[in-house]
Every structure is written in structure tokens, then in C-alpha cells.
Design a binder for this molecule. Structure first.
Ligand code: NAI
Length: 462
């Protein structure tokens, strides 16, 4: 048994970042993690492995579609799935070992095993009970299942199983046109699978700017993905090698079925806090089953905090990281803060899709007077030079004050471009501030400047 200032349960981006910051601020810190490797869902079965597959298959797409036009002739590469899987694994390994190195460097103890909280101030792992002045729950989330759908992680899979399929399926059905479905769907579409997405709503990526939704769907269709919209999946029936999905069209209640070799269930995730003993401890939950927290991330039990996917808010690694740093500062007696109004979202398809702040739909609903500056990547020389003219940047600014309220980008490098708008928003900048900032030529970032110019006297290249 040992005594700590802080014990963090869970080593995903929320937990490990929190631990590093706690240690840097002089707190004696330990992290409880039951997986074989650190890094949680993100590093082991989420963000990182999916990015490896997205990168590899994007390279394949470039070879198949754009190499010849650039004068790069010859046979397109063939897919060695086993090698692609080991590339993916090596990406996971370097990242998870990287966290282990950072733990050693910062003298953070890794308590291996699954933790429970028998009482405030105590964390039990196996037979050992450790003392902690503060406890941070950072146990993340797990895929939410659908009634009538039995996941076997072989034929009917979640975001975990889909990363390690035995082979590339001929036909794949994706249930849910959210972030996971579209990222993974596009990986397999590029590998040659026939991908059909079945979505309950009439638009893809719920909550995103309407114009981006439409443009994104058009681009994905052009890439070969098919969509059945307004369809509620009723259930699946699976054998060892095939599955059948039954869905009802909302417009006329008619029932249909579709066959596939693999079905990906990507209909959302739910907070994971099983086995922690939260109920016995009296930790209050929200109506949606998240752990309820105060402004300083403290639960209803004094000295027990929670961050990341297990609490309210977008289920994003970087939101968890920010909360991890902020709660560390609170525990060290400083002032931790997260600006929830400036949390970017990125979908790592090709082109990428990124957003921050409010959408036009939200502004309209709030009755806020705003103006729109839009610029197409077709007017960006760099994008055109690399076959990436699809998409646009849209900046929304207050009609009176010109203060930036949101930005929505679909196009090359959108996931990086969005951050100059995030920084601008953190500083309360106006669209004119962005527009008057010199941007290097030729870069994709000029499209952001042009959209900002479009909020004022107009863009130059359109
Ligand atoms: P999601 O919430 O983004 O999308 C789920 C979709 O499934 C929705 O469009 C919903 O309408 C649809 N749906 C629900 N029930 C259905 C039914 N019975 N039939 C047909 N469609 C149905 O969920 P997703 O993609 O599983 O992602 C989970 C979480 O993980 C999200 O919060 C997401 O932000 C996060 N994530 C973020 C990533 C990123 O930032 N790049 C990558 C992966 C996950």
C-alpha cells in the first residue's frame, strides 16, 4: 500500500495528461490502468490506429487516382493487409511506449490492474488499497450497442473489432453516419470494399454545419460510399461469415434488409464507469449516465473528480486532455480553466472536415445577427496543384462587432487549419484581425484568410 497526492483511474488522453501535469506541479501521482498498455481507447483502439489506416489507404488512393496524372506511371500498389496491420500496430506501440517513458520521466507510478473506490481517499487495485488525497476518474467511454444487434467483433463489429478484421470485406455496412462510421467507412472504401452507410437522420454527422454536411456527403458519394438515409436499423442477424441488417425507412415505415460480410455498429459511445463502485460511494450521475461534476470537475463526493468521456460534453480526446490539465491545476491549488466554446472537432477523412464554435443553424436558433465569409479551395492555388480543390472555408462573425463566432472547413489539412481560428477565437479576434494577418503563399491557410476577407470587403481570388 502506498500514499499519493493524486490517483488517476484510467490512462487515456484525459488520465495520462492529467497525471503528467499533476507530477509537473509537484504532486505525488499514480495512474491505475488495467490494459496491457497505457493510452486508453485513443492510443490502443481509437484515434491512433485509425489514423494509421487512414494514412495508408489515402496513399493508396493517391497512387490509384492521381499518380498517373502527375507523370508517375506504373502499377498501383497492391494491398498486403497483414503488413498494413503491423504498420498500424507499430504506430500504436511507439505511442503507448511513449506514454510509459513520460510516466518514468515524471516519476508517475503505474498501478497495473482495474481500480475501485471503496471510499473517498482510497483506491483498491487487486488486494492492495492505496491512499490518495484526491482521486480523478478518467475511465472514458465504450461503444453503445443497439437493441437487436449482437456484436461478436468478427462479423458485427464496433470501432474496436473493425480495426483488426481478418481480411478486407467485399461488402461492409456501416450503421450510423457519425465520425467513426465515416472515417472507418472511407478506409474500407479505399481498400475496395463496397460500403453502404445506414443513417437514422436525413443528414450525416449530426450537429455539424448544414452546408458542410451536404458538401461532405457529396464528396463521400463521389468516392464510392453509398448512403441509405432516414433509416432506423432494427437489428442484425449474423452467421460466421455474413450478416443481414434490417432497417425501416422513416418516411413510409417500410422494412428492408441488406447483406454484408461485415457490419460496423457506430451509433455512438456511452460513458464507462462500471466496477468503480460509484453507486455505493454515492456519486451522482446525470440523466444520460455520465458522472456529474462541478465547475472544478469535482463529483458529488468530496475529493473525487472526473474528466473526459465519462462526464458531460463532446467525447473528444483533446477535450479530455484540457480537462486533465485543468483539474491538475485545481488540485495543485491553481485556477484550472477549459473554454468549452472553443473546442475544435475534426473528421480525418480525405478531405478532412473541421469545425469550431457555432454553426449557422445554432446562430439562427439563437436569433443572433451574423455574417458569413466563404471561400472555396478551388480558388486556392496550392490546393488545386495537389488535386485538393474540393471543399471550402466558412467563417461566421458577429454582424455588428465582427467577432468570430465559428468556423467550418472541409478541405485539405482542415484539421490543422482550424487551429488558427481557435487561437483567434481565444483572443476574441474579429474576422478582420484574421484577414489582416499575413499568410504565406502558397499555403492552404490562405483559404482561411480569404474566408475572413469575405466577411469584410471580399476575397481576392474569387
Ligand atoms: P456519433 O454520435 O458521431 O454518430 C452516430 C450516428 O448513428 C448518428 O448519426 C445517429 O443518428 C446514428 N444512429 C443512431 N441509431 C441509429 C439506428 N438505429 N439506425 C441508424 N442510424 C442510427 O457516434 P460515433 O460515430 O459512433 O462516435 C462516437 C463518439 O466518438 C462521438 O462522440 C465522436 O465525436 C467520437 N469520435 C471522435 C472522433 C474524432 O474526433 N475524429 C473519431 C472517433 C470517435
Amino acid at each position: 500500500m502506498s500514499s499519493y497526492d493524486v490517483i488517476i483511474i484510467g490512462s487515456g488522453p484525459g488520465g495520462y495528461v492529467c497525471a503528467i501535469r499533476c507530477a509537473q506541479l509537484g504532486l505525488k501521482t499514480a495512474v491505475v490502468e488495467g490494459r496491457e498498455t497505457l493510452g486508453g481507447t485513443c492510443l490502443n483502439v481509437g484515434c491512433i490506429p485509425s489514423k494509421a489506416l487512414l494514412h495508408a489507404t489515402h496513399m493508396l488512393h493517391e497512387a490509384e487516382h492521381n499518380f498517373a496524372d502527375m507523370g508517375l506511371k506504373g502499377k498501383s500498389p497492391s494491398v498486403d493487409w497483414t503488413q498494413m496491420q503491423s504498420y498500424k500496430q507499430s504506430t500504436i506501440d511507439t505511442n503507448t511506449k511513449g506514454i510509459e517513458f513520460l510516466f518514468k520521466k515524471n516519476k508517475i507510478d503505474w498501478i497495473k490492474g482495474w481500480g475501485t473506490i471503496p471510499e473517498a481517499g482510497k483506491v483498491k487495485v487487486g488486494d492492495d488499497v492505496h491512499d490518495a488525497k484526491s482521486i480523478v476518474i478518467a475511465t472514458g467511454s465504450e461503444p453503445a450497442s443497439l437493441p437487436g444487434v449482437d456484436v461478436d467483433e468478427k462479423v458485427v463489429v464496433t470501432s474496436t473489432g473493425v480495426l483488426s478484421l481478418g481480411k478486407v470485406p467485399k461488402k461492409m455496412i456501416v450503421i450510423g453516419a457519425g465520425v467513426i462510421g465515416l472515417e472507418i467507412g472511407s478506409v474500407y472504401a479505399r481498400l475496395g470494399s463496397e460500403v453502404t452507410v445506414i443513417e437514422y437522420l436525413d443528414a450525416i454527422t449530426p450537429g455539424m454545419d448544414g452546408e458542410v454536411q451536404k458538401s461532405f456527403m457529396k464528396i463521400l458519394k463521389k468516392q464510392g460510399m453509398e448512403f441509405i438515409m432516414g433509416a432506423a436499423v432494427q437489428g442484425t442477424e449474423a452467421s460466421k461469415t455474413k450478416a443481414k441488417v434490417t432497417y425501416k425507412l422513416r418516411k413510409d415505415d417500410s422494412e428492408h434488409t441488406l447483406d454484408a460480410d461485415v457490419v460496423l455498429v457506430s451509433t455512438g459511445r456511452k460513458p464507462f464507469h462500471d466496477g468503480l463502485g460509484t453507486e455505493a460511494l454515492g456519486i451522482e450521475l446525470t440523466k444520460r449516465g455520465q458522472i456529474g461534476v462541478s465547475d472544478s470537475w469535482e463529483t458529488s463526493v468530496k475529493g473525487v473528480y472526473a474528466i473526459g468521456d465519462v462526464i458531460e460534453g463532446p467525447m473528444l480526446a483533446h477535450k479530455a486532455e484540457d480537462e486533465g490539465m485543468a483539474v491538475a491545476e485545481v488540485l495543485a491549488g491553481k485556477h484550472g480553466h477549459v473554454n468549452y466554446g472553443v473546442i475544435p472537432g475534426v473528421i480525418y477523412t480525405h478531405p478532412e472536415v473541421a469545425n469550431v464554435g457555432m454553426t449557422e443553424e445554432q446562430l439562427k436558433e439563437a436569433g443572433r445577427a451574423y455574417k458569413t465569409g466563404k471561400f472555396s479551395f478551388m480558388g486556392n492555388a496550392r490546393a488545386k496543384a495537389v488535386f485538393a480543390g474540393d471543399g471550402f472555408v466558412k467563417i461566421l462573425a458577429d454582424k455588428e462587432t465582427d467577432r468570430i463566432l465559428g468556423a467550418h472547413i472541409i478541405g485539405p489539412g482542415a484539421g490543422d487549419l482550424i487551429h488558427e481560428v481557435c487561437v483567434a477565437m481565444e483572443f476574441g479576434a474579429s474576422a478582420e484581425d484574421l484577414a489582416m494577418t499575413c499568410h504565406a503563399h502558397p499555403t492552404y491557410s490562405e483559404a482561411v484568410r480569404e474566408a475572413a476577407l469575405a466577411c469584410g470587403d471580399g476575397p481576392i481570388h474569387m
